[in-house]
Design a protein around this ligand. Structure first.
Ligand code: SF4
Length: 489
């Protein structure tokens, strides 16, 4: 697709809107006076200013169909970049909806955090007006508006638990048994990276110790811990013991409200590993079916069956885990509405404390896009997500956190559902950027949050395990950023 724009400032927003309609499309920008190259999909956007009036317009030609739309806006005191961006998005949406017949459920909203935006409007304009803004200005459907509202309300209780000095800790283990076809993360195959593991663990423990030293120096209070990845349980029971011991010995864990470990892939879980986690104080784990259909699991490159997931779930219950999450994905290749419904109904019967429903996202580096092609992708994603929302609400689950990803099929959302009083606090704090998240390990990103403003500073670790090991001294040096941020130097 060619996206032509006369204004650089708004080109990414227009691109995001085009992605809602064509998630797997490669979009090439053509700006200002560049000659328009030919493509069967071409979108042209323009903002013109004439004597205090702004004219927003969009023309598109998509596979032989063409449409155009423009409207004017009298400049007033509300005029700013963000408003112009929205108004241009409105023109693009009008045209692409007319051509494709697709009405995006989230309207003009392309951001990752709709609940955060809802909370902002609730605080400034009140509940009724906030919903009205979503529906009338952002063109969000009443159902999605209600969902954002419910999440925002639920989150408030958890946000109030976070104090001025609160922080969460994220420990990254970017290794997995095999690569899922939809994965765009840097996760490494545990077999191929075998040689790196001892050094990785050694450095990870040193980084945990150093981070704990800094947190203590700054009198920060640890609220939640999340060991994620990848699949942390790709590591042996012994390795998990070393890492969790380093954590428990280094940090003051007495105020920790929640300690999660992603035990995502059932084929990595056994009794010994779960026992190590239990003994280390882990209070919540994720065992992620994604689907209970064996043929869909095979199509996405996961080497386990639906039955394996159930067995590992029962094993975790037997060992005393009373807070378990299960992730599902709507729109997986070769899946169908009936297949998704069956998977979700089974999850409801199993009754884990959390169920997270993601929408498939077509990330550029995922093999689903680069190798397999997108032909097999289920076309009933919207119906699946609607079913999930209905069945989970009817069975005592509450939507407690939410985010959206670019390139998600149907421009839908990912929602975490929880049983009463069982939200994952870390997910809320991290997604809504409530407090600092200190992150350790390869591909980890520390997010330093000023408790008195929205200001956020990121400190990046090296992405790949090899660099994480060989350039470790640089990672330790970067920890000074945390001191500087809190001490204001
Ligand atoms: S388990 Fe997660 S991180 Fe690992 S390959 Fe699959 S999607 Fe990627």
């Amino acid at each position: 697709m060619i996206l032509h724009t006369n204004n650089h400032t708004y080109k990414y927003e227009s691109e995001k809107i085009c992605r809602i309609y064509f998630p797997a499309e490669k979009i090439i920008f053509a700006c200002d006076n560049e000659e328009l190259p030919f493509d069967s999909k071409t979108v042209v956007t323009e903002i013109q200013e004439e004597a205090g009036t702004l004219i927003f317009s969009c023309k598109a030609q998509i596979d032989g169909k063409s449409e155009e739309y423009s409207f004017s806006y009298e400049k007033d005191e509300k005029d700013n970049e963000s408003l112009r961006e929205r108004l241009l998005a409105k023109a693009v949406t009008k045209v692409l909806t007319a051509i494709t017949g697709i009405v995006p459920p989230w309207g003009l909203l392309t951001g990752v955090r709709p609940a955060k935006l809802m909370r902002k409007y609730i605080n400034t304009d009140g509940e009724v007006k906030a919903k009205e803004i979503f529906i009338s200005f952002f063109e969000v459907t009443p159902e999605k508006t209600e969902l954002a509202f419910e999440v925002a309300n639920y989150e408030n209780t958890c946000i109030r638990m976070s104090g001025k000095n609160s922080f969460s800790l994220y420990i990254s283990i970017p290794f997995c048994p095999t690569r899922c076809s939809y994965c765009s993360f840097v996760s490494h195959s545990i077999d191929k990276a075998k040689k790196l593991i001892p050094d990785y663990i050694n450095n990870l423990c040193r980084e945990i110790e150093e981070t704990a030293r800094i947190a203590k120096e700054l009198s920060l209070s640890l609220e939640t811990v999340y060991i994620g990845g990848g699949t942390p349980t790709s590591f042996s029971a012994q390795a998990l013991k070393i890492i969790t011991s380093a954590l428990n010995e280094s940090f003051d864990m007495k105020n920790v409200r929640e300690f999660t470990v992603e035990a995502g892939r059932p084929d990595t879980i056994d009794e010994e590993k779960l026992s190590v986690l239990k003994e280390a104080g882990v209070s919540r784990i994720s065992i992620n079916p994604q689907t209970f259909s064996d043929s869909v699991l095979e199509a996405i490159g996961r080497k386990h069956t639906g039955k394996d997931t159930e067995e590992k779930y029962f094993l975790a219950r037997k060992l005393g885990f009373n807070n378990i999450n299960m992730d599902f994905i709507a729109g997986l290749p070769t899946d169908s509405f009936e297949g998704f419904k069956k998977s979700l109904d089974r999850a409801v019967e199993l009754s884990p404390e959390n169920i997270t429903v993601h929408t498939l996202a077509l990330k550029r580096s995922a093999s689903i896009v680069t190798e397999n092609g997108t032909d097999d992708i289920c076309t009933e994603t919207e119906r699946m997500v609607e079913y999930a929302n209905k069945v989970l609400s009817e069975n005592g689950y509450h939507p407690y956190y939410m985010y959206r990803q670019s390139k998600s099929v149907g421009n839908l959302e990912n929602v975490g559902w929880c049983k009463k009083d069982k939200p994952c606090l870390y997910n809320i704090y991290m997604m809504e950027e409530i407090h600092t998240v200190l992150a350790v390990g390869g591909a980890a990103v520390t997010k330093l949050k000023d408790p008195d403003s929205d200001s956020l500073q990121r400190v990046y670790n090296f992405k790949y395990p090899y660099e994480y090991i060989t350039r470790f001294s640089e990672i330790i040096e970067r920890k000074d950023e945390i001191r500087r941020f809190y001490q204001g130097t």
